[in-house]
Design a protein around this ligand. Sequence first.
Ligand code: AMP
Length: 252
Amino acid sequence: MKFILIGLVILQCTISIYAAHSHSFLYYAEQVVEEEESFVTAFAEEDAADLNSDLFYYYVEQWPGSSCDTKKGCCYPTTGKPATNFSIHGLWPTLLNGTWPEYCNPNTLHDESKISDLIERLQSEWPTISCPSSNGSKFWKHEWEKHGTCSILDQYAYFESTLNIKDRVNFLQVLENAGIKPDGNVYEVGAIKEAIKAGVGVSPVIECNADASKVSQLYQIYICVHPNGKDIIECPTTLKRNCNTTVEFPPF
Ligand code: AMP
C-alpha cells in the first residue's frame, strides 16, 4: 500500500511538472507571435521592468558616402564596392547612466569559425571600408571584442541579432519615402529625425562628420535596442552627437 501511495505521488508530480512546462512553452510561443506582429516594440513599462540590468544597446549604421568623401577617404573591401545603402557600424552596449563598457571579456576573443554561416551577410551588411582594403574580419573582431563582449549575447547571437535588426530597419528607404535622398543636397536634420520616427517608430540620434571641404554631412544613425538584441526601443537616455541643423547627404 505504502509503495502504491509513493507511486501515485511521483505520478502526480510528473504530471504537474509537464503541465507547467507546456504552459510556459505556449506562453513563449504567444509572445513570439505577438513580437513578430509588431514591427517595433515601444519602450513600454514591461520593457522597463525587463531592463533589470542597466544595459541597453545603441545600434549604429553609417552612410559610406560620408566616410569616403572625407579628407581621410576610404577603401572598398576586397569583396568589392558595398551596396549603395547604409551599413552596420555596430551594436554597442551602454548603461543607463550613459557610460559604455568596453573590452569586457578577454576570454571570449573573436572566433570567426563560430560565425562562418553569417559571413556572407556580414560582407554585404557590415562591410569594412577602412584602408588598406581587407575582407572585414578585422572590423568584426574589433566590434565583437570592444563592444560585443560587454553584451549579454554570445558571439553568434551578437552578430545574428545585429544583422536581423538591419533587415528590419531600412533607413535609406524610410528617408527616400520622405524625399530625403543621397543626391548631394542639403537636408534639415529635423526632417531626417522625423522620417525615421515615422518609418521605424522610434527617435534616432544623428551624427554628422565633415567632408574634405568641411561641409557637415549625414554620417551615422543610432537607434536603441533592448538587451535581448531583438526589440527596438525608444532610447532610455540622451546621447549628444555633433550635427548642424542642416546636413548634406552625399552620393555613394
Ligand atoms: P568603435 O571603436 O566601435 O567606436 O568604432 C570606431 C572604429 O571603427 C574606428 O577605428 C573606425 O575607423 C572603425 N570603423 C568605423 N566604421 C568602419 C567601417 N565601415 N569599416 C572599418 N572600420 C570602421
